[in-house]
Design a protein around this ligand. Structure first.
Ligand SMILES: CSC[C@@H](O)[C@@H](O)C(=O)COP(=O)(O)O
Ligand SMILES: [Zn+2]
Length: 214
């Protein structure tokens, strides 16, 4: 390991491998179309491993993962980190227990974000799968997934997310016409949350189709 690196490069290798494997699977599900989506894992208390901007997320290699500090600055790389890096670093900076952040653009996530942007949230209620979210012990609970207006100005989006986070613990939010951010303590938990959101969005959209006009 080089002395010049301010982080553990063995850990970086391990996390890069985990990101590559998991993102390939997510991509095969069709959740990362047209180079969209971005992914990261916490390296330590000042750095994260994150996807390089604009790469095909279905074909990631180690060269597509880079390091940023929690100001979003590249460390030891000339590549440009994800355009949405700030939405990752704000969570790592604020919550030491957050270890992994997954952002995807699936059809269900995108359609749901459009449908519920007016209300500002999407209510998930009565589903056994709500127990997939850390802290939820029963299906007898309701989860309001926030839907934020989209913006290309990351500080604007990040400020809106910060205001939501002030209200209490949450595991994800939608951005209108854009996609989903989900996170957890590690890859396994972030992925469980992401898959639960996706499944529940699909159920809600299907119910709307089945009951339309009734
Ligand atoms: C290819 S359009 C999607 C992008 O604008 C963005 O929303 C996204 O998810 C991927 O951006 P990236 O800079 O590759 O991390
Ligand atoms: Zn995006």
């Amino acid at each position: 390991m080089s002395d010049a690196l301010p982080y553990d490069s063995h850990r970086l290798r391990h996390l890069a491998g985990e990101i590559i494997t998991n993102v390939r699977e997510l991509s095969q599900l069709g959740w990362t179309p047209a180079t969209s989506s971005n992914f990261s894992e916490r390296l330590d208390d000042r750095h994260a491993a994150i996807t390089v901007s604009g790469r095909d997320k279905g074909r990631l290699t180690e060269a597509d993962i880079m390091v940023v500090d929690f100001d979003g600055q590249a460390v030891g790389s000339d590549h440009r980190p994800s355009a949405e890096t700030l939405l990752h670093t704000q969570l790592y900076r604020r919550f030491p227990e957050v270890g992994c952040i997954l952002h995807t653009h699936s059809r269900n996530q995108t359609v749901a974000s459009r449908l519920f942007s007016g209300a500002g949230h999407m209510r998930l209620e009565g589903y056994e799968l709500l127990k997939a979210f850390r802290g939820n012990e029963t299906h007898e609970t309701a989860l309001d997934v926030p839907v934020l207006p989209n913006s290309q100005h990351m500080p604007t989006l990040a400020a809106q997310v910060d205001a939501l986070l002030d209200r209490g613990p949450m595991w994800g939010y939608l951005i209108d016409g854009h996609g989903l951010y989900a996170w957890g303590r590690d890859m396994a938990e972030a992925r469980r949350h992401l898959e639960a959101f996706e499944f529940l969005f699909g159920c809600e959209l299907e119910l709307r189709r089945l009951t339309a006009g009734h």
